[in-house]
Design a protein around this ligand. Structure first.
Ligand SMILES: [Zn+2]
Length: 278
């Protein structure tokens, strides 16, 4: 492996679902848990890794069409603040998605792989097991397929046929200082990303840990393919990040207040993860 280069990491929040409850985020939250029905909003992010040599995007989020569809189909249950698409938001922070060469897709859920067409020149880095899972027999169960959008999966299949998908198995280097690590758990092919920065190795967990409390308390998230692998994934993140303060959960609104860069947490906020948290 080449000597690691160092990167600036930005997290851009492009949506916030406001009415999610605590028990939707932690399997162990029984009715007897006083937190059970408490509101616990979930934030949606895309991430950029930048240095003088390259810009890599991690996940593509979902576009306005997907937002409208989920809002309309939910009967009012899915309340999600949304303004610009991830591509529009990224343009606003100086990343032209039409020119991006490498996109790491941590998994194919609707909120991570939903606007592939906004990256017309990119190679998509995906775990082989994720494509197998998203197109295989488990998708016959609504429990497993609910967080996928079939059109997104088909878009990725089209990219396979164009030679634009780079399949990884296990641990892999994307560029000097950027590696991906298969964990499974949340989905069969879930991978997280490790990035070298001026403060050391940062782990972008994506949905290997949605909230700080998932990995800090070893408390698994309810949308899951394999709970044991999800718990092992928490250990793997801890072993590969420089410290616990270098692990960035995939959906926690606290990321926007712990890290510098945003005047107010919420949709449109951008924070710098290569800098130290408060
Ligand atoms: Zn997600």
């Amino acid at each position: 492996m080449a000597d690691p280069e160092s990167y600036e990491i930005s997290a851009l929040c492009y949506a916030v679902r406001t009415n999610r409850k605590h028990h939707e985020n932690f399997i162990g939250s029984a009715w007897s848990d006083p937190m059970h029905d408490q509101d616990e909003p979930i934030a949606y992010y895309v991430w950029t890794l930048k240095n003088a040599n390259r810009t890599v995007v991690v996940d593509t989020g979902f576009d306005k069409t997907e937002w409208s569809r989920r809002t309309e189909n939910s009967g009012g249950l899915w309340q999600c603040e949304y303004d610009q698409s991830p591509a529009e938001g990224l343009t606003g922070i100086g990343v032209d998605t039409r020119q991006v060469q490498d996109v790491i897709v941590t998994h194919l859920h609707y909120d991570h792989a939903g606007s592939l067409n906004d990256f017309p020149k990119a190679r998509f880095h995906l775990q082989e097991l994720e494509m197998q899972y998203a197109t295989g027999p488990h998708m016959g169960h609504g429990y497993f397929s609910g967080a996928y959008t079939v059109d997104h999966v088909i878009d990725m299949v089209r990219n396979v046929y164009k030679g634009r998908v780079v399949f990884h198995t296990g641990d892999s280097e994307i560029a000097p200082g950027i590696t991906v690590h298969h964990v499974g758990g949340h989905t069969m092919g879930m991978q997280f990303v490790r990035v070298m920065t001026v403060r050391g190795w940062v782990v972008l967990a994506s949905d290997a840990s949605h909230f700080y409390a998932n990995f800090e308390d070893n408390a698994p998230f309810p949308i899951v393919y394999n709970v044991a692998d999800m718990l092992k994934g928490f250990d793997k993140m801890r072993s590969l990040a420089s410290t616990r303060n270098h692990i960035i959960p995939g959906h926690d609104p606290q990321v926007m207040t712990r890290y510098p860069g945003a005047t107010a947490p919420g949709v449109g906020a951008m924070v710098r993860l290569d800098q130290s948290p408060d």
